[in-house]
Write a new protein. Structure first.
Length: 271
């Protein structure tokens, strides 16, 4: 009989799935790599697809903010993602393949935003470069990356009701980046003023929800949302980021107001 050889450690002999083990470690303090960082996600569908009139004023605002605040700009995909998914779903592509395909589009938007922000020393980075941010920020650079989290072909299977659409998309990627970096805040710039009780572009009587918890929003089970449902589930497990703030990126100054701590748009608390 061959004996099992272990390296002595506190987890020796553990299966890493025992519930009491999780309780032991749940309150341990985490390293916050960039506690003053502001993660700002620029929607593809809600912002970048509108082109010149919406994007250029926002670029000026973001560039000016970067002169006084640590920032990481993250881009979404937009209409090209929807086109790619339409084709891929029609052809029966697996969820992981769809994730791999659509990530290329949010990367294109990151490259464009980094180019536009070049007067402010913008540096286009990849999702694997997040630990380079302390050095880049210390050098005065403005990092820009795409929001699709790097699951790629290993993306989680989609819920049957989603028809195969990858559950982790660019809102989720922005939050995950903010969480692992221990950022100060995570802001999602959209084409609406925040979260509404129903689609504001379809229903004139829709009412803005200024503040809500992730668990309350999950319980409401709304027909449509301004952010990804998977993000709400992940927020319940957050250790660093207390909330996500949704603001209208079409309105000048809204991101600035969010960064200086004003309760504009909608705040979704991670509880």
């Amino acid at each position: 009989m061959h004996e099992r050889h272990d390296i002595p450690n506190k987890l020796q002999g553990e299966t890493l799935v025992r519930k009491q083990l999780f309780e032991k470690y749940k309150d341990r303090p985490l390293v916050r790599i960039l506690p003053e960082l502001n993660v700002v996600k620029i929607g593809g569908h809600g912002i970048i697809d509108y082109g010149h009139d919406v994007v250029l004023p926002l670029v000026d605002e973001l560039g000016t903010l970067s002169e006084h605040h640590q920032m990481l700009i993250i881009t979404g995909g937009g209409v090209r993602v929807r086109h790619m998914m339409d084709i891929g779903l029609d052809l029966g592509m697996p969820t992981g393949v769809l994730a791999e395909l659509t990530s290329k589009i949010s990367e294109q938007n990151a490259l464009m935003m980094a180019t536009l922000l070049s007067p402010w020393k913008a540096k286009r980075i990849h999702t694997t470069d997040l630990l380079e941010l302390p050095t880049l920020l210390a050098m005065g650079a403005l990092p820009v990356t795409h929001g699709t989290p790097p699951y790629g072909l290993y993306e989680h299977p989609s819920e049957r009701s989603n028809g195969g659409i990858p559950p982790h998309r660019t809102d989720t990627g922005a939050f995950l980046a903010a969480e692992v970096l221990g950022a100060k805040r995570c802001i999602l710039a959209k084409n609406v003023d925040g979260l509404y009780d129903k689609h504001p572009l379809k229903y004139p009587d829709a009412e803005l929800i200024p503040e809500i918890t992730a668990s309350e929003l999950i319980e409401m089970d709304m027909e449509d949302l301004v952010l990804e449902r998977k993000l709400l589930e992940i927020m319940l497990e957050s250790r660093n980021i207390p909330c996500v703030q949704i603001v209208n990126g079409h309105k000048k100054g809204m991101i600035t107001r969010a960064i200086i701590g004003e309760n504009v748009g909608t705040i979704i608390w991670a509880r």
